[in-house]
Write a protein that binds this ligand. Structure first.
Ligand code: MLT
Length: 262
């Protein structure tokens, strides 16, 4: 166990305030590569590995999405950034909302991709604890290797075996303790809909048309709570819209960045 700061991956050097891309579970910064490659503009693109995943060491702290948000804030402070556009996919969205609550000074705009602002149901929480225990005890990631079946949309699953293999390989690279820590962190997160009610910057909510993990109803709930959020549906994509169909996601995030950092 370590409390060392997670690694910050710079996907594009650039000018001005950065765009920060927070990955989903059980993945790492690599899931943002295709979006970063086509994101218009010249803002720096920063993609940290969240604690316990990718090259992020498993924190010694009690599992909490707040710990992950504070780690991102520390990383941003270390770069000297005064503010950033913060984008999170699924678990990354939970962290983005925690960051907007804990360090509103840092968050100029919010991109919430295939995520939700509500807490887990009791059943979902118990399922996470069960998986966390199983993975930690077995010290393998076998229990989550089948997740691409849920994460990817039907179109991707049926026509893109190479994408299924890529996501499976990324999951296989994760550490069992990191997966267990992340599951427990997500299980304990509170409802953060109120953050959207109070947030003053621009918000963009993105959802894959085939997302069954955090479907459009979750996206609509966030848009309804926000002052002026934009809702964008990405066709031909499931829960990993940023990987399955990166071009429209990049286009909408560029518009968000232009608005937030103007
Ligand atoms: C993710 O993609 O990050 C996960 O589906 C989040 C979750 O399990 O709630």
């Amino acid at each position: 166990m370590s409390t060392a700061r997670p690694e910050l991956h710079v996907l594009r050097q650039g000018h001005g305030d950065p765009v920060v891309l927070l990955h989903g579970f059980p993945l790492d910064h690599r899931m943002w590569s295709d979006v970063a490659a086509v994101l218009p503009g010249d803002a720096p693109i920063l993609a940290p590995d969240l604690p316990g995943l990718g090259t992020g060491p498993v924190p010694g702290a009690e599992p909490s999405v707040d710990v992950a948000a504070d780690a991102v804030a520390d990383l941003l402070d270390a770069t000297g950034a005064r503010r950033a556009v913060v984008v999170g996919l699924s678990m990354g969205g939970y962290v983005a909302l925690a960051l907007a609550e804990r360090r509103p000074d840092l968050v100029a705009g919010l991109g919430l991709v295939d995520t939700k602002s509500t807490a887990d149901t009791r059943e979902a929480r118990e399922n996470r604890w069960r998986i966390a225990d199983e993975v930690a005890q077995a010290q393998t990631v076998d229990a989550v290797l089948g997740m691409p079946q849920n994460l990817l949309g039907t179109s991707s699953r049926q026509t893109r075996p190479e994408l299924v293999a890529r996501i499976t390989a990324w999951i296989g690279d994760q550490s069992p303790d990191g997966i267990a820590w992340s599951q427990r962190a997500m299980a304990g997160r509170p409802d953060r809909t109120h953050v959207l009610v109070g947030f003053g910057g621009p918000v963009c909510v993105v959802v894959g048309a085939e997302d069954t993990v955090t479907p459009r109803t979750d996206a609509e709930h966030m848009v309804g709570a926000s002052r002026a959020a934009r809702l964008v549906q990405v066709e031909g994509a499931g829960h990993l819209s940023a990987v399955e169909n990166p071009a429209p996601v990049a286009a909408v995030l560029a518009q968000l960045a232009a608005q937030a950092l103007a």
